[in-house]
Design a binder for this molecule. Structure first.
Ligand code: NAI
Length: 270
């Protein structure tokens, strides 16, 4: 059950690939909470057509857009305003991909063309989304724009590879553009740093099961689920968080503040 937290609000949700996607859960939660939105993903990600299932459930239209293409993004923002009948209140950037991670390249043997792709898709695309939103004058006052990130931007995790740099760029963009958008029309820009979650992007990281289990044991509340993340996102899109901007918000069951836990001690003393 929703709480109508987003009643009357309009937006765009990037990145719902399949039912495991954090963006998929967010779309369902935002719909329950009364929002109207357009769904989007890279044209190639729509081959399986699963997004149409979600669109039906949420009464939403789908507009394909490669988040690295300014042309696609401009079309997306302009068409979304037409479809929704006005400016936007929220945007979710839920996008990540590294060819190096996907193809299992060691950190000491990276392909630099792929590294640039990682940065473009997973980092710079957030700037492109923000800049396009500004240039198309798409955002209402007090709007909220969010991107999803991971704590590997601050601490090293084996196998996260060049995604760590992309996430650091992403978080930095949220701060710089947050300062700018606040002055333009009070739009807030934040990143949410989510627990490891079993999704297509997540399971592309080597040894993900162990990683998930370790994070769960080191988090006093356990790993945050995709459903919990969706609820947090909806709250960040709501009017209850109007003064929160330029932040990297931890949504991780306490992982980032935890030194060691009894569960980890138990594992090590087995
Ligand atoms: P997912 O694989 O379901 O979503 C990633 C999405 O990025 C897919 O829908 C994919 O089509 C889209 N994408 C890739 N290239 C694109 C492009 N050029 N243009 C537009 N879209 C593109 O996986 P998940 O986990 O839901 O990922 C969403 C976000 O959450 C990502 O930013 C990810 O890094 C982040 N995150 C995920 C965690 C996890 O453990 N799964 C943990 C912390 C953050």
């Amino acid at each position: 059950m929703g709480n109508n937290l987003l009643k009357g609000k309009k937006g765009i949700i990037f990145g719902a690939l399949n039912k495991d996607s954090i963006a998929w859960k967010t779309a369902l939660q935002a719909h329950e909470d009364g929002a109207e939105f357009v769904l989007t993903n890279a044209p190639i990600a729509m081959r399986m057509g699963e997004i149409n299932e979600l669109a039906k459930m949420c009464n939403a239209e789908v507009i394909p857009a490669d988040a690295t293409s300014i042309e696609d993004l401009t079309n997306l923002f302009e068409k979304s305003m037409e479809i929704l009948g006005g400016k936007l209140d929220f945007v979710l950037h839920s996008i990540g991909m590294s060819p190096n991670v996907r193809k299992g390249r060691e950190y000491g043997d990276l392909n630099y063309d792929w590294f640039l792709k990682t940065l473009d898709i997973s980092g710079l695309s957030f700037h492109k989304v923000l800049q396009t939103a500004e240039k198309t004058e798409a955002m209402n006052e007090w709007g909220s724009i969010l991107a999803l990130t991971y704590i590997a931007a601050q601490r090293t995790f084996p196998d996260y590879g060049d995604m760590a740099q992309a996430k650091a760029v992403l978080e930095s963009i949220a701060r710089s553009y947050g300062a700018r958008f606040a002055k333009i029309n009070k739009v807030r820009v934040n990143t949410i740093s989510q627990s490891p979650t079993m999704t297509t992007a997540g399971s592309g990281v080597g040894g993900f099961d162990v990683f998930l289990d370790y994070a769960h044991k080191l988090s006093p509340l356990g790993n945050a689920s995709a459903e919990d993340c969706a609820k947090y996102i909806v709250m960040m899109f709501s009017d209850y968080t109007r003064m929160v901007t330029m932040q990297n918000l931890m949504h991780d069951g306490g992982f980032s503040s935890s030194g060691i836990t009894d569960e980890i001690i138990g594992e090590l003393t087995k």
